[in-house]
Design a protein around this ligand. Structure first.
Ligand code: GYE
Length: 330
């Protein structure tokens, strides 16, 4: 009988310890799975939260639909989660639901794509890329590269392949792309459409451009997945990617490094998806009662290309991709 009691007691203690482990429920409303960047972002956050003692992750993939994200946020409220991590598929239309999150007193951490109502809601911390600067660097890289090969005076046709219309990453990068075009008068914009940040749509858009536009010299693709899709279309049309058409991507995913090393892509502007450690640090501080600033924190990001040494301005000088490919984490 004593033995049985001891066993029951031990069991009760184990169960109590296990429930104490799930001290905090952390919910994450993710956009979808459109790109290598997104996969790396999801993996980084999942690993960081699930690997933390006492934290449970409640994950929702909205499959690119704003209405799914709104539903997910309301479900998180009903489930009584302790923290919410949020990135919005588009910039607009979040104020009502984010105010509902605020009304429940659930701390909100914004990551990646910011909502345009940041000044009207409460949030505990914000981490995201500097999209305008990334877009500026894409075009500056192309302009400076052309100068370095003696083509600084040549009129060059540029096509801009945009990300998901209305997404922070598309709005910001387009702003940066167009602003930098003004600094290089030899660059002439001949096409500008969306490829929705996916490889398949990047390929289809490039295919149709190659049919309808006489000459494209430079492709600015607002993410690497679209650039990689475009490379397939360029090859299928009998042209040589990286030579006949200069290709600049964004994100710096491993597959883009492979394409650069293979000579099929020229450059990629870094945008880190690795927010897991940022989020863990923020939540730990919030649990400890600290307050974090309202400032949007940008990780430090680089520029990678075939040969290195292209000065894109604002302290960003490109690094040769082949030299650092083994260090890529995503
Ligand atoms: O560049 C793209 C992804 O929001 C920064 O979304 C992110 C972008 C990233 O699909 O590949």
């Amino acid at each position: 009988m004593k033995k049985l009691l001891a066993l029951v007691l031990a069991l009760v203690m184990v169960l109590a310890a296990a429930s104490a482990l799930a001290d905090y429920k952390i919910a994450f409303s993710q956009i979808g799975q459109e790109s290598d960047w997104r996969t790396a972002n999801t993996d980084s956050i999942k690993a960081a939260i699930e690997g933390h003692e006492g934290w449970e992750l409640i994950y929702d993939d909205a499959q690119q639909k704003q209405e799914n994200q709104i539903k997910a946020l309301r479900n998180f409220i009903t489930q009584g989660v302790d923290y919410i991590l949020f990135t919005g598929v588009v910039e607009t239309g979040w104020e009502e639901v984010l105010k509902e999150v605020n009304d429940e007193g659930i701390p909100l951490i914004l990551i990646d794509r910011m909502p345009d109502c940041m000044d009207k809601i409460d949030y505990a911390a914000a981490f995201g890329g500097d999209f305008v600067e990334e877009g500026r660097r894409q075009v500056a890289w192309a302009g400076e590269y052309l100068k370095s090969v003696g083509r600084g005076e040549e009129e060059v046709n540029v096509a801009i392949m945009e990300g998901t219309t209305g997404a922070g990453a598309q709005v910001g990068r387009t702003e940066g792309n167009l602003a930098a075009m003004a600094d290089y008068p030899n660059l002439k914009l001949v096409a500008q459409n969306t490829g929705n940040f996916t490889r398949a749509e990047g390929q289809a858009l490039m295919e149709s451009w190659l049919k309808s536009i006489d000459k494209i010299d430079v492709l600015i693709a607002q993410n690497d997945d679209m650039a990689l899709g475009a490379i397939d279309a360029i090859k299928a049309a009998g042209k040589v990617p990286g030579k006949d058409i200069i290709i600049v991507g964004c994100d710096s995913v491993k597959a883009a490094f492979d394409a650069i090393v293979a000579g099929e892509m020229n450059a990629t502007i870094e945008c880190t998806p690795l927010y897991g450690p940022f989020v863990v640090d923020a939540i730990e501080k919030l649990i400890a009662g600290e307050t974090l600033g309202k400032e949007l924190i940008h990780p430090v990001e680089g520029v990678y290309d075939m040969d290195g040494g292209i000065d894109c301005g604002n302290g960003a000088v490109s690094v040769k991709a082949a030299d650092v490919i083994n260090e890529r984490q995503y």
